[in-house]
Ligand binder design. Structure first.
Ligand SMILES: [Zn+2]
Length: 251
């Protein structure tokens, strides 16, 4: 059943993949049965159109109570040159660039069943392997990085032309790390469902070390993703907050 569900195209999956995998509860998110659910505020999640808003709430609470760590892959992608550009192109231009960036990132992340957990100004954070469990989550994250690069390269061309910009001024940097991570609901006043800890911090730092159009990954990601050796360059990065230099691989 699971294999068949995973093979169904995104637009045909009628029940929430998160609720089904984590709790074996079928929550309708598409089709006629989804309509009454909406009366109770149960909708498709903004983080991934194949999961629902119950996941966002319930998983957060459940995870905090159990205090569990999950094996997750975390991806950060950010738009390069954004601050300088935003002074030149005005609000409409900024909107044009960000719309393209967010849309292409979301499509790339959802294609690999990831969660678009956060959109932070000029960057995004994605989580793989929760709530949709995927044993090849590191490989999926790497594939997402490549797809973000491919999609944004294609998408930025027309945007740059509209704004009269050199397309070379627009770029995206990606960082990926994988490992045991606390995922759940954090904060009391402002509740936020997200992943926290060293794995997340290192993924963010690797993204910071990436030049435009580079995907920088940790050794763990390289080992687990089975990525092709020929495409990598090793770089020893001294990262803020990490005592020893971290060996990173550039794709
Ligand atoms: Zn759900």
């Amino acid at each position: 059943v699971e294999a068949r569900m995973a093979m169904m195209p995104e637009s045909k999956r009628l029940i929430c993949q998160g609720c089904w995998q984590q709790m074996r509860v079928p929550v309708p998110i598409r089709g006629p049965l989804a309509l009454p659910m909406r009366v109770f505020g149960i909708r498709r999640s903004n983080m991934n159109p194949n999961i629902c808003t119950i996941c966002e709430l319930m998983f957060g609470t459940v995870m905090r109570r159990r205090n569990v760590e999950l094996d997750l892959t975390i991806l950060f992608a950010d738009l390069r040159g954004y601050t300088a550009l935003s002074q030149e192109v005005g609000m409409e231009g900024v909107r044009d660039i960000l719309d393209c960036f967010y849309d292409e990132c979301a499509a790339a992340i959802w294609q690999e069943d990831g969660l678009l957990n956060k959109a932070l100004g000029d960057g995004v954070m994605a989580v793989f392997n929760f709530p949709m469990a995927r044993s090849d989550h590191a490989r999926r994250a790497v594939q997402t990085g490549r797809e973000i690069r491919r999609r944004c390269t294609a998408g930025f061309g027309p945007v740059a032309a509209r704004l009269g910009l050199d397309p070379a001024r627009l770029g995206v940097g990606v960082g990926i790390h994988t490992g045991l991570t606390a995922f759940g609901e954090f904060g009391r006043a402002h509740r936020d469902v997200t992943a926290i800890g060293n794995v997340v911090n290192l993924a963010a730092r690797l993204q910071g070390a990436a030049a435009a159009w580079e995907i920088v990954v940790s050794r763990e990601v390289l080992d687990e993703s089975g990525a092709d050796d020929a495409s990598q360059v090793v770089r020893d990065c001294t990262l803020k907050g990490f005592a020893k230099p971290v060996t990173a691989f550039v794709m």
